[in-house]
Design a protein around this ligand. Structure first.
Ligand code: HMG
Length: 390
């Protein structure tokens, strides 16, 4: 019995800042951002959008297609939590009108959370094949203004329906795992912006990749060339290029040509390059980007996935693209969403960045910006008020 991703849908806010604009404002050569880091644009959520509305907007097309029946598990992965007690999953459960018979919970382990969700969901569905699970990763990547991390900000959400006999990607059961207590990136409860030891985080990411691959290869007997396409956690696209070059050397003693690099990972980078880091969603944004862009039909081909969450947790796993998977993608909607976005000026970006969330317990209605079908209408007596607008 196959278990895996039946449907996958991606959402990102309707506003972005061009990194050429940021480079000019910071007095940096734009090539540093576009070539050195490999990013062009970063998605900026307007004040009436948060992780819950992004997650709901990502999940919406899935529910429109398959309905809500038998969704017995809702796992919400995020590191941009909005409440210390109530799970973002409960707000999402309400907004999406999911069945009352549903186990709904929030998961956290930096950018790795949605991968934990995916594997927990696969195990639950394998144990009880009649049920479906909805997994979302939704995050806003935020660093201090003028810090090295600033050009790697971004925002977005991915929703995945996990079932038996999946139509998009059947997961292989073997995975390579690596956990280690390190301080490469973290965000104490009293801060809105993450702290990071940037160069160290890149070294740990690559070390975790090697450890996870080693286990994965030993468990499966698969070699580097048994995998047709590779997806990586994407803090920025150059990181995936570095990772893939490193893995080719480590696993196959191979120096990749530029053409091989482009074939093996190029399509998975296209969305991230114009949204920035989406933390828990980013690996799955990469998978969506690969499936939406691959010119070749990948049916029956194996896709390798490396998930990394600072702190740190890594996992190497794989899946096989299913026959006719292309008929079940939301490619047209993803492209329309990305093509229709609005560019912000630097001033607008900084104004949105500096806008604090009201904490006085009063009643605040939020101005309406362009969002997906759900928005954060305001806050009243410390309670977030959401609404569906489409
Ligand atoms: P930096 O120190 O400002 O950048 O920050 P740099 O000086 O190292 O330059 C970056 C690259 O641009 C270098 O390339 C330069 O040579 C090149 P490299 O040597 O690495 O190949 N460069 C240029 N290229 C062309 N033309 C130019 C030019 N100038 C320089 N004119 C850093 C970079 C990534 C450290 C910073 O952005 C940062 O701290 N980002 C946040 C941390 C991060 O993303 N870490 C990644 C691994 S950890 C992870 O993925 C987990 C995470 O997603 C969080 C989670 O799990 O929750 C972050």
């Amino acid at each position: 019995m196959n278990v895996g991703i039946d449907l996958i849908s991606f959402y990102t806010p309707q506003y972005f800042l061009g990194l050429n604009v940021l480079a000019q404002e910071r007095g940096v050569d734009p090539d540093k951002f576009t070539i050195g880091i490999g990013q062009e644009k970063m998605a900026i959520p307007p004040p009436d959008e948060d992780i819950v509305t992004m997650a709901a907007s990502a999940a919406h097309p899935i529910l429109e297609k398959v309905g809500r029946e038998n969704i017995e598990l809702l796992l919400f992965a995020t590191e941009s939590g909005i409440d210390q007690s109530k799970a973002a999953a409960m707000f999402l459960h309400g907004l999406l009108k999911l069945p009352a018979r549903c186990r709904a919970v929030e998961l956290k382990q930096a950018c790795y959370g949605a991968t934990a969700g995916l594997h927990l969901a696969a195990a639950a569905v394998a144990a009880r094949p009649g049920i479906k699970a909805l997994i979302v990763g939704s995050d806003i990547a935020r660093y201090d203004l003028r810090s090295p991390g600033e050009p790697t900000q971004g925002a977005g959400a991915v929703a995945m329906l996990v079932t038996v006999n999946p139509r998009v990607l059947a997961l292989d059961p073997e995975t390579g795992l690596y956990a280690e207590d390190v301080m490469d990136f973290w965000r104490p409860n009293y801060r809105d912006e993450a702290l990071v030891d940037g160069k160290y985080s890149m070294r740990i990411y690559l070390a975790a990749l090697e450890e996870c691959w080693k286990q994965y290869a030993a468990l499966t007997g698969r070699k580097f060339h048994d995998i047709a396409r590779y997806c990586y956690h994407l803090p920025f696209t150059r990181m995936a290029e570095k990772a893939h070059i490193r893995l080719a050397k480590f696993a196959a003693l191979k120096e990749l040509t530029g053409e091989e690099l482009e074939t093996e990972i190029g399509d998975s980078l296209r969305y991230n390059r114009i949204t920035g880091n989406t933390y828990s969603a980013s690996l799955y944004e990469g998978l969506t980007s690969l499936l939406d862009h691959a010119a070749e039909d990948l049916s029956g081909q194996r896709i390798g996935l490396f998930s990394y969450g600072s702190g740190c947790m890594g996992e190497y796993f794989s899946g096989v693209a299913q026959p006719d998977y292309r008929q079940h993608l939301f490619t047209t909607a993803h492209r329309a969403m990305l093509d229709g976005r609005t560019a912000l000026t630097y001033r607008q970006y900084e104004d949105i960045f500096q806008l604090g969330f009201p904490t006085d317990g009063g009643d605040h209605a939020f101005a309406q910006y362009r969002t997906g079908p759900y928005r954060l209408a305001g806050v009243s007596q410390h309670k977030r008020l959401y609404e569906r607008i489409a």
